[in-house]
Design a protein around this ligand. Structure first.
Ligand SMILES: Cc1cc2nc3c(=O)[nH]c(=O)nc-3n(C[C@H](O)[C@H](O)[C@H](O)COP(=O)(O)OP(=O)(O)OC[C@H]3O[C@@H](n4cnc5c(N)ncnc54)[C@H](O)[C@@H]3O)c2cc1C
Length: 455
């Protein structure tokens, strides 16, 4: 029988869980969230994974729908472009978009998480902490939970369960037991390590504030995003094994020597580098694709639980928040018909989440390697010039993903067509004066149809 429940249980009070819960409770549902960790507002725990996130158009749109964006914009730092640091300490700035509106925004993961939980609770969502989901029974409509304080287990009746429990989802693990469940996971050979650049003695940023800093080094890279307290959250992305790899960075002196030779201007700003390096865990990065995302409208996956992606397009949470927008729109149309909502949700989203998963892997090569190449920087200039002349026809791939809500699958497809076109137009030239505008006009008009740009 199809689920028509007005009561919904969510597993996971990370970023997507509370945002979705807020939307559901506003639409009249009774929503309870079960979260395995303690309440981060009461005990000092890490919000998990990266300290800060880049928030862009899709995330902002969902936060605006939830009437939270005005509050969030108080705690963001706009990043207008990439600041590239060469090995000889030269700086090159490359804007992300065509104007000051086209920026990405650095935001603290913990602050965002806390704001979302506060907002959800204020509307009546109940969040139960230290409740780990250990299993589900979609046929019986039950959820199994273990209490982290007492160690006791209980079984809860729950007609509809939505798994917002992240990339290592326990709910998805249970769905693997269903027949004909498709699942793939692809780890990168790279890991990541979080590091910090402290604030200067005046409490201010010691590097340009309104930029995402990148030290691209071909096979690996360091990045830094500004925090409102004057610090930068840095992430080193490097292979697990090989000549330049985590296996070689096993002692303090190896780490310090490596940074001295590869990131000389960064190490001078990192007095606690070795301590940081060995105190913080080494993270892995994975792309997860699966289907179906639901069982008979009783159990549904959303966010990283349904589609974990690698972080190189800064889209994980933007994509997850877009999932929330999409699901809530379906609830507006279909009421409590969860079977239909689940089916339509997967049909609308999977093609797009598969596309952003591929785009994110592709962007890794761009960030760690190509951004240091003058030819790449020239192509970026040409892209922006083409966009200025043909705003509805030619929108750079990065902009389609980051500054618009153009479906990811369309951004992927058009991006491929545009990449070929750019290769044809930039071949043999390195100055804007050399650009053949009549050829550009012909290529654009013959290969691209006008885009529908929604705000
Ligand atoms: C290094 C790095 C950098 C990133 N940078 C960006 C960025 O710049 N921009 C961006 O948009 N995205 C970024 N992301 C991706 C982003 O972090 C994720 O897409 C986002 O956190 C997913 O949200 P979620 O709510 O689906 O899962 P999560 O945020 O992982 O939340 C899942 C929640 O479920 C809880 N949970 C897990 N298992 C259970 C269980 N069995 N029972 C109960 N609770 C459970 C967890 O404790 C957690 O609170 C980055 C990711 C990484 C790793």
């Amino acid at each position: 029988m199809a689920a028509k429940a007005e009561t919904v249980s969510l597993v996971g009070a990370g970023l997507n869980g509370p945002l979705l819960a807020l939307g559901l409770v506003k639409r009249g549902f009774h929503v309870e969230i079960y979260e395995r960790r303690p309440d981060m507002r009461r005990s000092r725990i890490s919000a998990g994974r990266s300290i800060n996130l880049a928030l862009s158009k899709r995330g902002i749109h969902a936060l605006s729908e939830a009437e939270l964006w005005d509050q969030m914009r108080q705690i963001i730092i706009p990043m207008k472009g990439r600041m590239m640091h060469s090995v000889t300490n030269e700086l090159t700035f490359q804007p992300y978009g065509k104007d000051d509106e086209e920026v990405i925004n650095s935001i603290s993961r913990a602050e965002l998480n806390i704001a979302l939980m506060n907002a959800a609770e204020a509307q009546g969502v109940l969040i139960h902490f230290q409740q780990r989901c250990t299993g589900i029974d979609p046929q019986k409509g039950t959820l199994q939970l273990r209490d982290g304080k007492t160690g006791t287990n209980r079984v809860l009746e729950s007609p509809v369960v939505i798994g917002c429990d992240g990339s290592a989802s326990a709910i998805r693990g249970e769905m693997l037991k269903q027949s004909r469940f498709n699942f793939s996971q692809q780890y990168l050979d790279y890991g990541y390590k979080e590091l910090t650049i402290p604030a200067g003695t005046d409490g201010k940023h010691v590097l340009e504030t309104n930029a995402l800093h990148i030290w691209p080094r071909g096979n690996y890279m360091l990045i830094a995003l500004p925090n409102v307290d004057g610090t930068f959250a840095c992430i080193l992305f490097i292979p697990f094994e090989g000549p330049d790899s985590f296996t070689r960075l096993s002692t303090s002196s190896a780490v310090i020597n490596f940074f001295h030779s590869r990131f000389p201007d960064a190490i001078s700003l990192m007095p606690h580098l070795a301590d940081n390096f060995f105190a913080n865990p080494t993270g892995a990065m994975v792309t997860i694709k699966c289907s179906p995302w639901h069982v008979d409208g009783r159990v549904l996956l959303l966010g990283d639980a349904a589609h974990a992606i690698v972080p190189f397009f800064g889209q994980g949470i933007n994509c997850g928040f877009e999932d929330c927008s999409c699901l809530l729109e379906l609830v507006d149309r279909r009421g409590a018909d969860w079977e239909r909502i689940s089916r339509e949700f997967e049909a609308a989203r999977k093609v797009n989440t598969d596309a952003i998963a591929d785009l994110a892997v592709e962007n890794f090569v761009e960030m760690r390697d190509r951004v240091a190449d003058p030819r790449f920087l020239f192509r970026k200039k040409v892209e922006l010039a083409l966009e200025a002349k043909y705003p509805r026809l030619f929108v750079p791939k990065y902009s389609m993903v980051t500054f618009h809500r153009i479906p990811y699958a369309i951004a992927l497809r058009r991006g491929q067509v545009q990449d070929l076109m750019l290769t044809e137009l930039c071949d043999g030239i390195d100055r804007m004066e050399g650009l053949d505008w009549s050829k550009a006009d012909r290529l654009i008009r013959s290969r691209l149809t006008p885009l529908e740009l929604v705000s």
